[in-house]
Design a protein around this ligand. Structure first.
Ligand code: CUA
Length: 384
């Protein structure tokens, strides 16, 4: 009985530590999970998945043959009853056939892994010829802790959600405005780092329309874990409509033609009372506009919000784009995403006074009332 309980304690400890390991590694056993690299949906991810499977087969084969030979030897030549424990069997040294065979076998296995790996490196570096003609180009810039996407061929910016045409290759030029980040959409391609002072290249293609989850995969400060994004692959016609929509202005940016930032959406389509929306535009002008551009053609310190109401998420993919969530995000951004600049603003070190001075104020400084925040929420949902 005692022996049994000792065994079950050990077993329980083993299971607990295995479960702990899975949790620590953030593992999900769901292969089709949101961010599973084991569920490729495009050629780059498929190629990397294939290389993974080949490598896995080779290493499992090695594990079984080497581990099996070791186990069999240990079992066959174990110390038996009556054996003299001090006896050392005659030692042999060198067996040309076995030694050459093992070296050649190991080399052959490495070649089996190396050929598809080199193929994968080449694929990753350049869009294949049959896809290059139709390819679009997007400039990706990482900021602490969000993403800017520029469509240079169409002259607009968007943030944290980027739409691509399904079935076409997308060339990505990756840059960072501050520290290291890493661009990762597991179902479309492996991660590529964004490194200061250089432009890194990658390309992706979604075979079918879909909604893909992306994540910064390089530790980049306080809110690294909240630096998410989405890739939305749309059918060709829908993509073209989306591009035309994104090029439109959604707020009045010319004070000569009416109140600054007044929404351009027809009034009967506003989901909130008129006075609230217009008050929101005023608050936006005072507290938000210095960081958030409403002109789709320009990028400032914060995410471009020209088409805010058309996005599915807010706070760089961390929350759903819903009024309650948006209210909370504007009210206490420091609690939603610790360290973020929407709250603290941007500081600059002044060497003369040896202090850090506010260069651009954050919401901590403006201290908006709940009424003002509600007005901004109402206003933002007219930007579609
Ligand atoms: Cu950006 Cu981690």
């Amino acid at each position: 009985m005692q022996r049994f309980s000792a065994l079950s304690t050990r077993l329980a400890a083993l299971l607990c530590s295995l479960a702990g390991l899975l949790i620590l590694a953030g593992c999900s056993l769901n292969i089709e999970g949101k961010q599973s690299a084991l569920d490729p949906k495009g050629p780059v991810a498929q190629n990397q998945y294939d290389i993974f499977i080949i490598t896995l087969i080779v290493t499992v084969f090695l594990f079984i043959t080497v581990g099996g030979a070791l186990g069999w030897t240990m079992w066959k030549f174990r110390l038996r009853k009556g054996d003299d424990p001090r006896y050392i069997p005659p030692q042999t040294h060198g067996h040309p056939l076995i030694e050459i065979g093992l070296v050649a076998g190991s080399a052959a296995l490495l070649v089996v892994i190396a050929i598809p790996t080199f193929g994968g490196i080449l694929l990753k570096k350049n869009v294949p010829l049959h896809l290059v003609e139709d390819a679009i180009e997007v400039n990706v810039v990482g900021y602490q802790w969000w993403w800017a996407f520029e469509y240079p061929e169409h002259g607009f910016y968007t943030a944290n959600e980027f739409v691509i045409p399904a079935g076409r290759a997308v060339k990505l030029n990756l840059r960072t405005r501050d520290v290291l980040h890493s661009f990762w959409v597991p179902k479309l391609a492996g991660k590529v780092d964004l490194i200061a002072g250089q432009t890194n290249f990658m390309w992706i293609k979604a075979d079918e329309p879909g909604y893909f989850y992306g994540q910064c995969a390089e530790f980049c400060g306080d809110s690294h874990a909240y630096m998410l994004f989405r890739v939305i692959a749309k059918p060709e016609a829908e993509y073209r409509r989306w591009v035309r929509d994104q090029q439109r202005q959604t707020a009045n940016l010319n004070p000569d033609t009416g109140p600054l930032y007044a929404p351009l959406l027809a009034r009967d389509q506003w989901a909130y009372p008129e006075d609230k929306v217009l008050r929101g535009a005023e608050v936006f002008a005072r507290a938000c506009a210095s960081c958030h551009s409403l002109n789709p053609a320009s990028q400032t310190n914060g995410p471009n919000l020209a088409h805010f109401a058309t996005r599915t998420t807010i706070a760089a993919g961390w929350m759903e784009n819903e009024p309650d969530e948006l209210f909370r995000w504007i009210r206490e951004p420091d609690k939603v995403k610790p360290g973020n600049f929407m709250w603290t603003g941007f500081l600059r070190y002044n060497p003369e006074t040896r202090t850090r001075e506010v260069e651009m104020a954050g919401l901590d400084y403006y201290d908006l009332s709940d009424n003002e925040i509600e007005a901004v929420v109402a206003y933002l949902y007219t930007l579609r």
